[in-house]
Design a protein around this ligand. Structure first.
Ligand SMILES: CC(C)(COP(=O)(O)OP(=O)(O)OC[C@H]1O[C@@H](n2cnc3c(N)ncnc32)[C@H](O)[C@@H]1OP(=O)(O)O)[C@@H](O)C(=O)NCCC(=O)NCCS
Length: 444
């Protein structure tokens, strides 16, 4: 189908009609010139007849008017009975096939702006409808950790802001935590698992090499339709998962997605390495992301912009020294100072880029909900962005660094604390192994 404005459409139509007429007249002329050509015309009568019908403009008479609440077909002013009957046939086919409704639905699914049947500008957005989290029961304070690790509460608190963290119980896996967080998010959204089209689970510590932890969550929730998969971008995992889920929703491939961040980093800690083992914790957070209608402005609810980056040349400053193809599961290794150096610069930069893309500035931000790795990185980034700490959600003191789980966990805690109000502008940002980093700007 070709959609044009009236003028261009008419020019195209007339050109088509004129060409068809020209060809018809030329053939008629050519086949009636000599006796031989008349005999040839007689022999080719059937084919010529088919050709003449094929190029007869009356048989495709009728222009469809789009953007109206119903089917309107305009016939040619000089149309004869054949032309009128073609236009009526077209109108009948369109009405029978619910053409206008199907077209409106397809347009509404398309990314970007579209006019609905009511003539109102509509932009499809993905908005957070519910949020939840789960933390394992075992809380380990810095002092408790200092009983087995050569460290102190003073050192850990002073360098990182961390006071305690949760560790999964023996046998408790990442998908176990994820299921609890997902159920909490569904409850918060007032939805059942049947209302969900997909599960995207960000984790670097899945239960098994395969199947994905996401499919385990799917099974545990009793969800038998849709699709589920894991996504790995380490501490930036939730930002990546939210970004991909937003893309799935905007492209119309899903309408409601459970986006989960869940980790059991305690399983990849080298308890002999005090520079890393004091920093991480276990936990899970989840959001229900769903398609909503917006006006295409920065006042819309939902995700307004995103920004993603990775740069593999920094893979050696934060990694796990094992994996399936090495035959070991490995331990987390980190050059803390190097990571610190990159973090503030890159996080502030990505947050500014995402805000720019949304046509907003740091002054518009109600809350930064950062990845909770280290209080000094969090406050350094906020300072570089020019946002005061009163507008930053901080949970690192209670959770430690829970990698992909940290942002949805912080969102859930902030909501439970009554901090997040409908309409608040939120920036989320994270960086982790890869390096992989990114941000998103969303309206609550
Ligand atoms: C890890 C981090 C807190 C270390 O702080 P730092 O100021 O760089 O500390 P250093 O590594 O220089 O170590 C300073 C001293 O503290 C000691 N130290 C390290 N870990 C310690 C611990 N857990 N307890 C007590 N002392 C410790 C070191 O041995 C060193 O001692 P020395 O000076 O006698 O050699 C800091 O680099 C950091 O926050 N980096 C970012 C890490 C991060 O957030 N990564 C995740 C991103 S997703």
């Amino acid at each position: 189908m070709i959609v044009t404005d009236g003028f261009t459409g008419n020019v195209a139509l007339k050109t088509g009609e004129g060409t068809a007429g020209l060809v018809r007249d030329f053939l008629r002329d050519a086949f009636s010139k000599t006796l031989l050509s008349k005999v040839a015309a007689l022999m080719a009568k059937a084919s010529l007849g088919r050709f003449a019908r094929r190029i007869d403009p009356r048989r495709v008479n009728g222009g469809v008017f789009l953007g109206l609440n119903g089917t309107v077909v305009k016939s040619h002013g000089s149309a004869d009975a054949t032309g009128i009957s073609s236009a009526i046939k077209l109108a009948y086919t369109l009405a029978q096939s619910n053409f206008t409704d199907r077209l409106a639905a397809r347009v509404a699914l398309a990314p970007g702006h579209a006019e609905t049947q009511r003539g109102r500008a509509v932009t499809r957005r993905s908005a957070i409808r519910g949020v939840g989290h789960y933390l394992p029961e075992n809380i380990v304070s810095n002092a408790k950790l200092a009983e087995t690790v050569d460290t102190s509460d003073e050192w850990i608190k002073g360098r990182t802001g961390i006071e305690r963290r949760h560790f999964a119980a023996e046998g408790q896996t990442t998908s176990d935590l994820a299921v609890r967080a997902a159920q909490a998010a569904l409850d918060d959204a007032g939805l059942k698992v049947d209302d969900i089209d997909a599960i995207v689970l960000a984790t670097s510590t899945a239960d098994l090499t395969f199947p994905s932890a996401a499919t385990m969550v799917q099974a545990a929730l009793g969800m038998t339709k849709g699709f589920a998969f894991d996504l790995q971008a380490v501490c930036a995992g939730f930002i990546y998962a939210l970004n991909m889920s937003d893309a799935l929703i905007l492209s119309g491939k899903a309408s409601r997605i459970l986006v989960i961040g869940a980790e059991t980093f305690s399983r990849i800690m080298d308890w002999e390495d005090r520079t890393t083992c004091v920093l991480f914790g276990d936990g899970a957070g989840a959001v229900v992301l769903e398609a909503v209608e917006g006006a295409g402005t920065s006042d819309d609810r939902g995700i307004l912009s995103t920004d993603l980056h990775s740069d593999g040349q920094f893979k050696d400053i934060l990694y796990v020294d094992g994996g399936v193809s090495t035959g070991t599961s490995g331990y987390l290794r980190m050059q803390g100072k190097e990571v610190f150096r990159h973090a503030i610069e890159k996080l502030a930069q990505t947050a500014h880029t995402a805000l720019d893309r949304a046509g907003l500035s740091a002054d518009d931000v109600d809350w930064i909900v950062p990845h909770q790795a280290n209080l000094r990185i969090i406050s350094g980034t906020a300072k570089k962005m020019g946002v005061p700490m009163e507008r930053v959600v901080v949970t690192v003191q209670d959770h430690g660094n829970t990698s992909a789980a940290s942002i949805p966990l912080a969102l859930s805690v902030a909501k439970a604390d009554g901090k997040l109000k409908t309409g608040d502008l939120i920036v989320i940002e994270a960086i982790g192994g890869g390096l992989a980093w990114g941000s998103a700007v969303l309206r609550w």
